[in-house]
Design a protein around this ligand. Structure first.
Ligand code: TRP
Length: 467
């Protein structure tokens, strides 16, 4: 295996025997931008706030933070390590790296299928965000009357045509970025967008905490009350930790396969997790102080962003300006995350089918859109179809976050901790002994072998009411 010296200008290529040269990320900063761009998304701006709102605030946040460090981060580092070592899509990475006959590649397969599940509802919610930008600009959602914003939101989601149009428009934007490739598309887009996102979010957060009565929102976010921590709340915090870090299904393995050989993986992963968590908290600070200042309840659930938030903006000075900024930044946040989910599928196809990246991207987008239409239509045409009592939208969301990601995470931890081999893990994470990471990797190994799997199994059994 050979890799040319990477520089910011030329695209480094990695020769993998028997397959096409792989386009790699060009720098440390590029990797951080792309991985953080994947992590930051609707998870920060939509899920984290609404789940915190319905789950009692600080207690939920504490479990989420613990889950990030004890469950999400170890799995994330393993994914990066396996991905870079194998230099292949998740299915072939497991095939290459597992010595036994056990079907470890199934984890990769579940991952690829998982990206269909996640993208089905993700592209729809991103489409709603997209649709809210012109509504914020023309002022149609600029009202303090929640009945009006609710009416607008409901008509958006119950009209099958608009629901599909916004979803497909969103997918087309993602497809365009993906078709440009890893370094010229994904790396460039995320490097450009992330700083804009953070600056805009800070602006909205400052507005929010300086409103009279904002302190009640900060108290909600930071004053610990453990009484709300029921089993489903804990499971959802664990699921959110995986969802937030984009880990547990091979998306991060795919990105790892594009890492330069000299990248310090644990260092990048820790930076990424801390930055992502800060952005989630920042979104909480942008939202809850304002929600409480306006005397609104924080527990609206998924419609929080679309029904509650506009009325909050409409109640504050210069509200329309901040509302436009808020929906623009939210859409920006969704881009890097969606790109990573689609890339897992495109990388897999590219390594299996001899067709151009553009064609394979188009095929993927069409397939994802077709599957995703089930979620998009779940409030209109398919409103009466309720497998397991849930709409397709809720079902795909629930199954991906609460089942496939934690189970994927469990098996990735078991694979990296027990089956891959200590030497391989050390070699991958110390760059063959050239990095001074041995202490960290030894600690990680203990966590991967014992802490992560045991905690995940306990959470599962607990949520199934077995213990
Ligand atoms: N992390 C993203 C968010 O918070 C979602 C996401 C992107 C994701 N890629 C993923 C979730 C892979 C699970 C797996 O919005």
């Amino acid at each position: 295996m050979q890799m040319e010296k990477s520089s910011a200008r030329d695209v480094p290529q990695q020769e993998v025997k028997g397959s096409v040269a792989r386009d790699l990320f060009t720098s440390k900063l590029g990797v951080l931008a792309a991985t953080l761009g994947s992590a930051v998304g609707l998870g920060n701006i939509w899920k984290f706030p609404y789940m915190t709102g319905t789950s009692g605030g600080a207690g939920f946040i504490l479990v989420y933070i613990l889950s990030v460090f004890l469950l999400g981060l170890p799995v994330l580092i393993s994914e990066h390590a396996i991905g870079r070592t194998a230099a292949a899509n998740p299915i072939d990475a497991f095939r290459k790296e597992s010595k036994s006959k056990a079907p470890w590649w199934l984890i990769g397969t579940i991952g690829i299928l998982g990206s269909f599940l996640i993208l089905s509802f993700y592209t729809e919610v991103s489409g709603w965000v997209l649709a809210y930008i012109p509504k914020a600009i023309d002022g149609s959602i600029f009202t303090t009357d929640a009945a009006v914003t609710e009416g607008i939101f409901v008509s958006l989601i119950t009209n099958p045509v608009t629901a599909l149009v916004v979803q497909w428009l969103d997918l087309a934007i993602i497809g365009l970025i993906i078709s440009l490739g890893i370094s010229k598309g994904i790396e460039r887009a995320t490097k450009l967008l992330l700083p804009i996102l953070v600056v805009l979010l800070v602006v909205v957060a400052i507005r929010s905490v300086t409103l009279p009565g904002a302190s009640a929102g900060l108290e909600f976010l930071f004053r610990l009350d453990l009484s709300a921590l029921t089993a489903p709340v804990i499971l959802s915090a664990v699921g959110l930790a995986f969802f937030k870090l984009s880990t547990g299904m091979g998306v991060m393995m795919t990105y790892g396969s594009y890492f330069p050989k000299d990248l310090n993986i644990p260092n990048n992963a820790v930076k990424m997790a801390l930055a992502d968590m800060s952005i989630a908290l920042l979104a909480g600070i942008a939202i809850f102080p304002a929600v409480f200042a306006m005397g609104i309840k924080p527990d609206a659930g998924p419609p929080l962003l679309f029904i509650t938030i506009p009325t909050v903006f409409a109640s504050m000075p210069f509200g329309q300006f901040f509302m436009i900024i808020f929906f623009v930044l939210s859409f920006i946040a969704t881009i890097g995350a969606q790109v990573s989910l689609v890339e897992a599928l495109v990388t897999f196809l590219q390594e299996r089918v001899k067709m151009s990246r553009k064609v394979l991207t188009t095929v993927s987008i069409i397939a994802l859109g077709a599957f995703g239409s089930m979620a998009a239509l779940s409030s209109s045409t398919l409103a009466d179809v309720k497998p397991f009592g849930l709409s397709f939208f809720d079902l795909f969301d629930f199954v991906s976050s609460n089942i496939t990601l934690p189970i994927g995470g469990l098996f990735i931890a078991l694979f990296a901790g027990w089956f891959w081999g200590k030497e391989k893990l050390f070699a991958a994470l110390t760059n063959n002994g050239t990095l001074n990471n041995r202490g960290i990797v030894s600690a990680l190994l203990v966590v991967l072998r014992f802490v992560t799997p045991v905690l995940l199994v306990i959470v599962f059994l607990h949520s199934l009411k077995i213990i």
